[in-house]
Design a protein around this ligand. Structure first.
Ligand code: ADP
Ligand code: MG
Length: 569
């Protein structure tokens, strides 16, 4: 061993490590899931790179993850023959957090361990989870295709620093040695490890193997020695790519564990949709709706998209071409039989088959969401709370599906008069007055302002429901919605409000008369406010307030205007 140096963790990495150790103690065994998941990712990456460079296999293409333990020493060792890491990669990957928006994430932490544990789950648990049970972790690694002398040895005791040194390593890939804390030594146990692997890693598509233990001969000293010389290994997991199995063959638990593997999320998904498409295009997709929005959902640079496989071979993470931006929260896998193995992001952008797949996958997601909305109102409500804002971007981005998306939208309205967005447009339409032709809405910068808008007075008086919009995207949304179910959407704060069909003849007559009586007053007010307003009208929309401001029919909405002003325009 040579060239040893001691380094400090990046500040965020140090914080994450600390939080991990102190917040996730209630479910310690997940560390094995994370390490096996990383090993499987490493094997996927090797397979991918070997597509263009066969020599990376170094004569060993029997890809697997090996889990070993030593009861006396209190260690667990996880070895993979995947891509491995160079010295620089070890320092980078295990010493820093490269995710975009990391510092925002840390600003959200509360110091309350329960809440923070939840947030870490969203962030992704990962490698550091080893320190939940370890007093020290050693990593031995060598990148595939590099000489044995370029092995690297990383050691850390879970505090602020780690050491790295050069070491000789014959086999490519990574070995992680967990030195268990005194009171966690129970993990170094054959049956315990097997059951954890079965429980969390069954879906991993490569074999996870452990040494066979033959209890019949264990008492016999000579046999035991013979065993040691050539240990026999057996596969613990199913070792088939989960999405290739038939739906009826996969249990709910397996779907959930697979989600955690592909999403790097710690929480369970809300729902999923698993489909095989044959014909013109031949592919399998498995799409999940997460329970919680990622911390970086509004970061345009944040990673999004599906894991792409071609004929079971992993090609890339975050293939974003398969779903539109407003469905960026969807996680999952797509495995194509038509794409070429050397497909790249650039090729994906140009391939017309991808457009067809994107259209089909978008429909799948929208159908999955409608089904959720129909079958489980409560779950849909929590989905809406997390992702509703993003879905509202839909009608603008995806004109073809805007009616479908519109059905998925939920609003606060004067029907319930509370801020909770739980009313659909279909609900609204069902409650419309027989003579009512339009769907009315008011937009303001917050719910209370919307609710107490003077524009609503006449609607409340007549018992006509109005949508109460106060999200930043709402005006953008309404700008692209135009109508729903053949009924135009009308901003009650815009232009001359013509409640025409809703007014009785008597009301109309009274309106005409009051317009005449007040003509004089109007002229004077108009003169006085000349510089500020473009028109003054007698209105019948107010019952309590003496006057209100409206914007012209063709003008930008008030909320949109505020948005642009804030943006300095
Ligand atoms: P994630 O898996 O979400 O990227 P982790 O904390 O689990 O985050 O792992 C951090 C990084 O360390 C991985 O992205 C990968 O680059 C590297 N890594 C971890 N384990 C291995 C391994 N067994 N082989 C190669 N690289 C690994
Ligand atoms: Mg990981």
């Amino acid at each position: 061993e040579s060239n040893k140096e001691t380094r400090g963790f990046q500040t965020e990495a140090k914080q994450l490590l600390h939080l991990m150790i102190h917040s996730l103690y209630s479910n310690k065994e997940i560390f094995l899931r994370e390490l096996v998941s990383n090993a499987s990712d490493a094997v996927d990456k090797l397979r991918f790179e070997a597509l263009t460079n066969d020599s990376l296999f170094e004569g060993d293409s029997d890809l697997q993850v090996k889990v070993e333990f030593d009861k006396e020493a209190g260690t667990i060792t996880i070895t993979d023959n995947g891509i491995g890491m160079s010295r620089a990669e070890v320092i980078e990957n295990l010493g820093t957090i490269a995710k975009s928006g990391t510092s925002q994430f840390f600003q959200n932490l509360t110091g309350d361990q329960k809440k923070d544990a939840h947030l870490i789950g969203q962030f992704g648990v990962g490698f550091y989870s080893a320190f939940i049970v370890a007093k020290e972790v050693e990593v031995f690694s060598r990148r595939a295709g590099t000489p044995a002398a370029e092995g690297v040895h990383w050691v850390c005791n879970g505090e602020a620093e780690f050491t790295v040194a050069d070491t000789l390593r014959e086999s490519r890939g990574t070995t992680i040695v967990i030195h268990l804390k005194e009171d966690e030594k129970d993990f170094a146990d054959n049956w315990r490890l097997r059951s954890i692997i079965k429980k969390y890693s069954d879906h991993i598509s490569i074999p996870v193997v452990m040494e066979k233990i033959n209890y019949d001969v264990a008492d016999d000293e000579s046999d035991k020695k013979a065993d040691k010389a050539a240990p026999e290994f057996e596969t613990i997991n199913s070792a088939t790519a989960l999405w290739t199995r038939s739906r009826t063959d996969v249990s709910e638990e397996e779907y959930k564990e697979f989600y955690k593997h592909v999403s790097h999320d710690h929480a369970e998904p809300v729902t999923w949709s698993h489909n095989r498409v044959e014909g013109n295009l031949d592919y399998t997709s498995l799409l999940y709706v997460p329970a919680r929005a990622p911390f970086d959902m509004y970061n345009r640079e944040a990673a999004r998209g599906l894991k792409l496989y071609v004929q079971r071979t992993f090609i890339m993470d975050d293939a974003e071409q398969f779903l539109p931006m407003y469905l960026r929260f969807i996680k999952g896998v797509v495995d194509s039989n038509d794409l070429s193995l050397n497909v790249s992001r650039e090729i994906l952008q140009q391939d017309p088959n991808i457009d067809a797949m994107r259209t089909a996958l978008t429909k799948r997601v929208l159908d999955m969401l409608s089904k959720l909305a129909k079958n489980d109102v409560e779950k849909y409500a929590s989905f809406w709370k997390e992702f509703g804002q993003v879905l509202k971007e839909g009608p603008a981005e995806d004109f073809a599906n805007r009616e479908k998306i519109a059905k998925l939208l939920r609003f606060a309205t004067t029907h319930t008069n509370v801020a909770t967005q739980d009313q659909s447009l279909e609900d609204y339409v069902a409650r419309m007055k027989p003579e009512q032709k339009k769907i009315y809405y008011v937009a303001a910068e917050n719910f209370n302002t919307a609710k107490s808008s003077p524009h609503l007075e006449i609607f409340r008086k007549k018992g006509i429901e109005v949508l109460l919009l106060s999200d930043r995207v709402d005006e953008w949304l309404m700008g692209h919605m135009v109508d729903f179910d053949g009924k135009p959407l009308q901003d009650v704060g815009k232009g001359a409000l013509d409640l025409g069909e809703l007014d009785t003849d008597e009301e109309k007559k009274a309106q005409e008369e009051s317009a005449k009586t007040h003509a004089d007053l109007i002229a004077r007010v108009k003169k006085a406010l000349e510089a500020q307003v473009s028109e003054v009208r007698v209105t019948h929309r107010l019952t309590d307030s003496p006057a209100c401001l409206v914007v012209g029919d063709q003008d930008m909405g008030a909320q949109m205007r505020r948005l642009l002003e804030q943006a300095g325009q």
